[in-house]
Design a protein around this ligand. Structure first.
Ligand code: HEC
Length: 191
């Protein structure tokens, strides 16, 4: 028995070394030879965390009108006129009534107006991820303006609304109360 144990250790150790060395080599060499590490500036451009209560919003402000012209330049090609959707998601819709329930009617198109629980998240996402091909290029003022415009199209804020770190967290989204905390531990798929 003892001899077996020793032999296993003797065989196992070199194998372990080979695995460790291979893992190390893979880490330092790109596996597919594409891409490159992000630069600190590229990371900084999208490194924001805006909380539902507005913590993390940068200073700035934007109006619905400013947002309308930015939208035409930078968003409309994919999201369509008035946010009605084109090659990319529709951003505007205010479904209401008893069928406005994604659990009952999963075919409903999810939009900012009928699905997003917080307006602050719209800032966070837009600033981090849009325009799709140039994420991180929107200045805070531009993002506030675009958010104001998208909220106005959804009839959630008025045409003369100004969005800034104080006003945006106060916007109550139509779907704010449609979300529940998921505290299940196993059990049914639909709560
Ligand atoms: C090149 C096409 C393109 C452009 C331009 C573009 N988007 Fe998008 N957008 C997309 C795609 C694709 C998605 C879906 C991304 C995903 O699901 O990962 C998306 C998703 C979104 C969403 C989330 C929609 C949802 O309810 O899930 C918002 C909000 C949004 N875009 C806003 C904007 C704004 C504002 C601009 C202009 C600054 C913009 N987009 C420009 C392609 C684009």
């Amino acid at each position: 028995m003892k001899a077996w144990g020793l032999r296993l250790v003797a065989c196992g150790l070199p194998l372990f070394l080979v695995v460790a060395v291979t893992a190390q080599t893979q880490r330092s060499q790109p596996r597919f030879g594409i891409g490159r590490p992000a630069t600190p500036d590229e990371i900084k451009a999208i490194d924001i965390d805006v909380m539902p209560d507005g913590r993390g919003l940068p200073p700035g402000r934007g109006t619905v009108q400013e947002g309308a012209s930015l939208y035409a330049q930078k968003c409309q090609s994919c999201h369509g006129v008035n946010g009605q959707g084109a090659s990319a998601e529709r951003l505007v819709d205010r479904e209401s009534g008893k069928n406005w329930d994604f659990a009952i009617n999963p075919k409903l198109v999810k939009t900012v107006g009928n699905y997003w629980p917080y307006a602050t998240t719209l800032f966070d996402y837009t600033s981090r991820a849009m325009p799709f091909m140039q994420p991180g290029t929107l200045a805070p003022n531009e993002t506030y303006a675009l958010v104001a415009y998208i909220l106005a199209l959804n009839k959630i804020v008025a045409e003369d609304a100004v969005m800034d770190p104080a006003t945006l967290p106060k916007v109550v989204m139509p779907s704010r109360d449609k979300f529940v905390i998921d505290n299940r531990k196993g059990g049914k798929v639909i709560k």
